[in-house]
Each structure stands twice: as C-alpha cells, then as structure tokens.
Design a protein around this ligand. Structure first.
Ligand code: ADP
Ligand code: MG
Length: 281
C-alpha cells in the first residue's frame, strides 16, 4: 500500500500543484513537530499554490494589458501634486467606475502623472481580475488604419472593445487625420455605455476639434466621452523636471494651464510668417 504522503505527492503532480509540492516536505515536518495543526497544514499548502498562481496570472495579465513598467498608487507622491485629491483617486481605484462603464479623464500638462495614475488604476483593475488594455491614441489609430486597409476593421474594433477597461493614453500630443478620428469614433461608439475607459490628455476639450482635425467628429466624440464621465484635472509642475525647475520658463512651470499659453506678445512690426506660432525651444 502506498503511504499517504506519497499519494498526496502524486495527486499534487497530477493536479500540477508545483508550488504546493515544493512546500510539502517542509509543511509535513512542521506538522510532525507539532508546530502547526493538520488543518493549518492544508491551508498553508493551498495558500502557497494559490499565491504562485495568482502572481503568475497577474504577471501575464499585466504584460497582455501593456501595463509594463508597472506603476502603482503607492508609488505616486501625492504631496508633489497637491491638485490631485488622494481620496478621490483612491475611491476611483475601488473600480466602481468600471462596473458603471464610465469614462475617466486625466487632464494636465506633461509630466504631471496622468499616465502614471491611469496605469496604476489599470494595475489595480488587473489585480481585481478585470481585463485591461492600454495603448496610446496614435498607436491605436495606426492599428485601426492598418486593420481597415486589410479588411479586418470589425475584428480590430471588437478587440479594442473587449477589455473591461481600455486606457487610451496621450490624446492631443499628435494631430489625428480625419480618417483616424473617424476610426476612433467607431471604437468609442462600440464601447459607449458598455465598457469603461481612461483617457489622458494634455489638451482641454475645447481643443478636440483641432486635435481630431474635424469639429463635427470631435463634438460627436465628446458627446459620448463626457456623458458618463469623471474628469480629473491636474495642475502642477512636471515630476520629470522636478530637479531642473531653474531651466524651465516661468509660464510653463507650476500651475501650467492645459490651454496653450497665449501667443508671445509682439513688439513693433508684424511678423513675416503672418503670426503663426513658433515653438520656443
Ligand atoms: P504624464 O503622463 O502626465 O506626462 P507621467 O505619468 O508619465 O506624466 O509621469 C512622468 C514620470 O514621472 C513617470 O515616470 C511617473 O511615474 C513619474 N511621476 C509623475 N508624477 C509623479 C508623482 N506625483 N509621484 C511619483 N512619480 C511621479
Ligand atoms: Mg503620459
């Protein structure tokens, strides 16, 4: 007759319980020494196995969701960004907005933590067992354009519509063609009132007509993206540049508004280029 411990070992092999199998000898020896009870031994073995599997699931899900490198709310320095209400962010990280299929907007100048907070909430969602996908707006539009060209648009929209939380990062950094805006609209429509989104942007909603190169599509987009929405506006200095504040012009330092700075005051004769804005260094 096979001894009980050997039978347990074989069962663990058949059940692919690698971690429990690894821990078995140690747990049994503690049991024999009377350090733990039989019930505690069972609990310990199952907990070890579960921990390993949960860690593995989260690792795979974070990579699939494109949430690497991982950002967390614990690593966000709220004291650096006083315009961000810690309690409000923590409440959002309870993820009720995902159940309600709402849209969460993070608005603010570059470096103020929009992508960090969006990612951190995505990571919290993955840990809670939700499916998440993150991409930049430019990458998504590129992928949708390619899919359309190859006759796979429906499939691709279905892919972006599938996750229970879709994070679209960096709206406003690059201008979008009207074809691209149209594709994004189709996706937003597919998710509308069905799936939650987090959007980050360095530009105000008033500028969406300009970003998407078409005021009509921009209005239709905003109509859906602001219907069930939470807007978190960040006003403050860039965390990236925190050690270089002396190098940054005063008007872009703290409390930079998300509307562009006013055009530089002109002195004397009119500009040769008809007043087109120049990017000053
Ligand atoms: P944004 O998306 O607003 O341009 P990011 O979220 O990418 O800015 O932030 C830039 C970098 O600074 C990232 O590495 C991010 O983790 C870090 N960061 C930004 N704000 C904070 C903060 N308040 N505490 C800790 N790290 C921060
Ligand atoms: Mg960002």
């Amino acid at each position: 007759m096979i001894p009980v411990t050997e039978r347990i070992r074989q069962s663990m092999v058949s059940l692919h319980m690698a971690r429990a199998l690894e821990t078995l000898d140690q747990t049994l020896s503690r049991l024999e020494k009377g350090e733990i009870s039989a019930i505690e031994a069972i609990d310990e073995l199952l907990a070890e196995e579960l921990n390993l599997r949960e860690g593995r699931r989260i690792g795979v899900a974070l990579r699939t969701a494109r949430l690497m490198p991982v950002k967390t709310l614990e690593s966000f320095d709220f004291s650096f960004q006083p315009s961000v209400d810690r309690h409000r962010i923590m409440a959002l990280a309870e993820l009720e907005f995902i159940k309600r299929a709402e849209v969460l907007h993070f608005l603010g100048p570059p470096g103020t933590g929009k992508s960090h907070l969006a990612t951190a909430i995505g990571v919290a969602a993955v840990r809670a067992g939700r499916s998440v996908y993150r991409c930049s707006l430019a990458d998504m539009i590129e992928a949708l354009t390619k899919a359309e060209r190859e006759g796979r648009l429906t499939e691709k929209i279905r892919f972006y519509a599938r996750a229970s939380l879709l994070i679209v990062d960096e709206i406003g950094y690059l201008p979008i063609t009207s074809g691209g805006a149209n594709l994004f609209f189709q996706l937003v429509n597919a998710r509308y009132e069905k799936g939650a989104m987090i959007l980050t942007s360095n530009r105000g909603f008033a500028e969406w007509g300009e970003i998407f190169g078409d005021p009509v599509v921009a209005t239709a987009l905003l109509d859906r993206l602001l219907h069930h929405a939470v807007v978190v506006q960040i006003e403050g200095a860039s965390y990236r540049l925190r050690h270089h504040t002396d190098l940054i012009p005063e008007h872009t330092r703290a409390h930079a508004s998300i509307t562009p700075p006013p055009p530089p005051k002109r002195r004397g004769r009119p500009l040769k280029n008809g007043g087109a804005h120049q990017l000053n260094g």
